[in-house]
Write a protein that binds this ligand. Structure first.
Ligand SMILES: NC(=O)c1ccc[n+]([C@@H]2O[C@H](COP(=O)([O-])OP(=O)(O)OC[C@H]3O[C@@H](n4cnc5c(N)ncnc54)[C@H](O)[C@@H]3O)[C@@H](O)[C@H]2O)c1
Length: 273
């Protein structure tokens, strides 16, 4: 790996077997970081780790004890932990109720465009999200990010250095109809970020969040062509982001260039927010 600004640094990334996390792994490795690629899908993590010359581990971020063990292992092996990227996430399930909510949201947008305000239909997000779905969404995103920040700080605090970046969403800033679980989980990540930064900024540890707009990754796979077109129409940039574009922002927040960023929240939304 070529020498770069992150040479000698150890980066731990969750959900890095696919999409954004894999792009973050590639970007940080390109600047010399030794990347620990983790994912609930061990084979996917292995493939990305092989690609970036890093190491892989199976990790379900909802498992607090497993998270601590994985971070301790990595920090013990390398003698340090410099970067934590809390990225693992899930989209709304592709079940019938979820599809119906999204279809209603899209249909309502059409009706608004046509000025048919009297015809707007109830989205019913709150009454149709199951307890299981609510619980899973909060566990993966909010508990997962809390576990990651806590595990990282146990190693970064004694060394008084480190960078933590958590992946929220534009839905955390401007919550959408029909996805109360995802919106609340992503907004919670912003609050966790600011709370952690208020605690450790004076130690020189930087904790920040990124709020991507719609990014072309497997997370969007449950959306059909009409739904994608309707979303795209609302993005001022007129297109979805590429994972590599978001990776540039994450790279900035992991490196010395962002030395005055503490508890800051960075949208990359194509103009959405
Ligand atoms: N794609 C978008 O449009 C978009 C927009 C804003 C925010 N995000 C966020 O970006 C992050 C990455 O999403 P992506 O678009 O790359 O999706 P993706 O589906 O391509 O990747 C998500 C990865 O997380 C892993 N994962 C899921 N649950 C896990 C768990 N419990 N523990 C560990 N790993 C787990 C999956 O196996 C997968 O490899 C998510 O937090 C997502 O909410 C995505």
């Amino acid at each position: 790996m070529a020498a770069g600004a992150l040479q000698g640094q150890v980066a731990f990334i969750t959900g890095a077997g696919s999409g954004l996390g894999a792009a973050f792994a590639r970007r940080l490795a390109r600047d010399g970081a030794q990347v620990v690629v983790t994912d609930i899908d061990g084979e996917a993590a292995e493939r990305v780790a092989a690609d970036v010359g890093g190491e892989s581990a199976v990790l379900d971020v909802t498992d607090a004890a497993a998270f601590d063990r994985a971070v301790d292992d990595a920090a013990d092996r390398h003698g340090r932990l410099d970067i934590m990227v809390n990225n693992a996430g899930i989209g709304p399930p592709s079940d019938d109720a979820s599809r119906a909510r999204f279809a209603t949201t899209v249909a309502n947008q059409m009706r608004r465009m046509e000025g048919r305000y009297d015809d707007l239909a109830p989205v019913d997000g709150f009454v149709s999200v199951s307890d299981e779905q609510w619980d899973r969404m909060i566990r993966v995103h909010l508990y997962g990010t809390f576990h990651g920040i806590r595990a990282a700080l146990r190693h970064m605090t004694p060394r008084r250095s480190g960078a933590i970046v958590s992946i929220s969403s534009i839905m955390g800033l401007r919550p959408g109809a029909g996805i109360p679980d995802y919106s609340a989980a992503k907004a919670g990540i912003i609050a966790l970020t600011k709370s952690a930064a208020a605690e450790v900024a004076q130690l020189g540890i930087r904790v920040n969040a990124v709020c991507p707009g719609f990014v072309d990754t497997p997370l969007l796979a449950p959306m059909d062509a009409d739904q994608l077109a309707m979303v795209r129409m609302q993005i001022p940039a007129g297109r979805f982001a590429r994972a590599e574009e978001i990776a540039e922002l994450v790279r900035f927040l992991c490196g010395p260039e962002s030395s005055y960023s503490h508890g800051d929240v960075y949208p990359a939304s194509g103009g959405w927010v």
